[in-house]
Design a protein around this ligand. Sequence first.
Ligand code: AMP
Length: 279
Amino acid sequence: MIKVESVSGLRALLNDKKNIVFIPTMGNLHEGHLSLIDQATLISRTVVVSIFINPAQFNSSQDLEKYPRTIGQDIALLRPYENVIIFVPQLNEIYPETPNINYDLPPIANELCGKYRPGHFNGVITVIDRLFNLIKPQAAIFGKKDYQQLHLIKEFSKVSYPTIEIIGMPTIRDGNGLALSSRNNLFEKEQLIDISFFNQSLTNIAHHAQSGQNYQESILFGIDALKERGWLIDYIEVRRSSDLKVALPGDRHLIILGAANYKNIRLIDNIEFCIDGSN
Ligand code: AMP
């Protein structure tokens, strides 16, 4: 493992490297991040992991402030990875000037999470554009936990970085099915059982939909049950998994996506599922 903090240092390290696989993160690493890194090490000898909390994608300064920062622990977790370059830039290395680009994103960027976090995906694409341009990877790996983000990065890359392969990896969960997330660390340990009610609700709705039941009713029922337990729901919706458009009768490959707040902490999750052809 090599740690590098400057853009010039990273450029020098990557100068003669081909087949670079890149994993952007905001740190506070957990098994979900490590699953992406494990995949990268299987396909390349040169893996770059960035750890950079990107202010451009936060809509609230409070959310940015309380985002967990555990760089010492992150580096210790990555130490066993021989071929991994960790890029830990300061803000001015990535943004010498305050970024001010409006990307022409597809309309879906303003739906689902985009509706509740205006500008969020523009901020995500801003940092991805800078990092792709600097690192010039052959492939970049992302988690399906952030499914809408993965979709928008794929769409952006098709046009702006067509040679970069965008790989999506499954969501890693704990024993209660809770998707691992840096934000889970903002809860007390005892609350982790409570917050797994969110993914259990999504799973129930997906099962109802799969068995041919009216999932709109299950969504309303699920939202009520979550509200009763103190959750504030941003959205729970079933969409087409291929393009995240509203599912139409006859669409079989679907995904349920949700975002909800518990004790002022916002969690997102999603589950892909397939409706049997006979339904
Ligand atoms: P973050 O540090 O939260 O920006 O995440 C960095 C990358 O890790 C993103 O591509 C996320 O989708 C991915 N990721 C986060 N949590 C998980 C998880 N539980 N399983 C798989 N990938 C994840």
